[in-house]
Design a protein. Structure first.
Length: 382
């Protein structure tokens, strides 16, 4: 921050000094038409290349020029050799002193798309200002459709095989990475929505390219049910140890249509063979589910899932078959089951002995009665 303040102070001091000097000499100067014209090293840059922008200045002795580059373009690490300049986001400002007639700056071109450069100037001495004619730049894809620089796919386990493909959707972002702190690139229109890279040293102007491909060629298909194939490259990371997190999105309609078990959705990376990366679910909404996977490098990837396994029904054991009785046994009269007697006494054995004793007593009483009756009749006859 202090360095930026010192740079601004220098710019301001230089401008003030120039204004004072030229204010004295201005009456002696011949009026000159003021104009700023923008030109490019090429109007058809190739993907991920460096583009030089030249501002040709006429009639501004002391003043400022402000340029705004497209959102998908990015300034290089050292965008300009001009002594007095300042970068803020997509804007770069120049202080014009000492009758400067030309200022150059450099930008990094994205992998695809187009953008419009706009600008404005201000002449402090004459108190005039104006705009620089806007210029449109379109990135031209090479005929072979391939990347010229595919060797910087990040450290950690294997090279970066790129899918040969006839049709694809591609996007790129340029990021700066500070050692120990993740640098992030976000993407729209792709199933990979964000990539965060943490490296062991500072790396500037890293070009991260994400390309959706229809299917792999010359290598085995990924295992499971494939949702998407993706090719990811990151330039300037060949000699860097990195850890990256890839956030991706899966439509719930695909999960339902294919009867996918959401817990099996993973990101696989191809390094000679398909390897499953640590993957976790982040969130979901009514339309999509969001996941994050961790990788140590970039190459070719596949989002896959597995079909749900239906639980097997519980088998009820069949009862053992009772052998059928023989015909003779079938004709036999079944023995009736005796009806058990109910005794009011608590001791069955005791009840049986009591009945036996009573039967004997009855017999004895009967015998005694007969004897008594016989004796009685005998006496009566006498």
């Amino acid at each position: 921050m202090r360095r930026k303040m010192r740079d601004k102070d220098k710019i301001l001091a230089a401008v003030v000094l120039a204004v004072m000097v030229i204010a004295v000499l201005a009456p002696l100067a011949v009026a000159e038409e003021t104009d700023v014209v923008r030109s490019f090293s090429t109007t058809s840059p190739s993907p991920d290349s460096e583009l030089t922008v030249t501002l040709s200045i006429a009639g501004i002795r002391v003043g400022f020029i402000n340029e705004t580059i497209p959102d998908n373009f990015m300034f290089t690490e050292h965008p300009s050799d001009h002594q007095y300049h300042e970068v803020s986001g997509q804007r770069i400002a120049f202080a014009v002193v000492d009758e400067v007639t030309e200022i150059k700056y450099k930008v990094l071109v994205p992998s695809s798309g187009e953008g419009v450069f706009i600008g404005a100037w201000e002449d402090l001495l004459n108190g005039t200002n104006g705009t620089i004619m806007s210029t449109s730049i379109t990135v031209v894809q090479p005929d072979d459709g391939g990347d010229d620089d595919n060797d910087n796919n990040g450290g950690g386990g294997g090279g970066g095989f790129a899918f040969p493909t006839s049709t694809s959707t591609k996007a790129s972002e340029i990021i700066n990475i500070e050692a120990g702190k993740p640098g992030s690139a976000t993407f729209e229109g792709l199933n990979v929505c964000k990539i965060s890279i943490e490296a062991d040293k500072n790396v500037s102007s890293v070009v991260v390219v994400v390309e959706k491909v229809d299917e792999p060629v010359e290598i085995a298909e990924a295992p499971g049910i494939v949702y998407d194939y993706i090719d990811i490259t990151a330039k300037k990371l060949a000699d860097v140890n990195l850890t990256a997190k890839i956030e991706f999105v899966v439509d719930k309609s695909w999960i339902a249509d294919n009867n996918i078990d959401e817990a099996t959705i993973k990101l696989n990376r191809y390094i000679g063979e398909w390897e499953t990366l640590p993957t976790s679910k982040l969130s979901e909404d009514d339309i999509s589910s969001y996941f994050e996977a961790e990788t140590q490098g970039f190459s070719s990837f596949a989002i896959i899932g597995e079909e749900k396994v239906e639980a097997s029904p519980m088998l009820t054991p069949r009862p053992e078959e009772t052998p059928e009785p023989e015909e003779e046994a079938a004709t036999q009269t079944p023995t009736p089951t005796p009806t058990p007697h109910t005794f009011h006494t608590k001791d069955v054995g005791k009840s049986t002995r009591t009945e036996f004793t009573m039967e004997i007593a009855a017999i004895v009483a009967l015998i005694v009665g007969i004897i008594v009756f016989a004796v009685f009749r005998s006496r009566k006859r006498r």
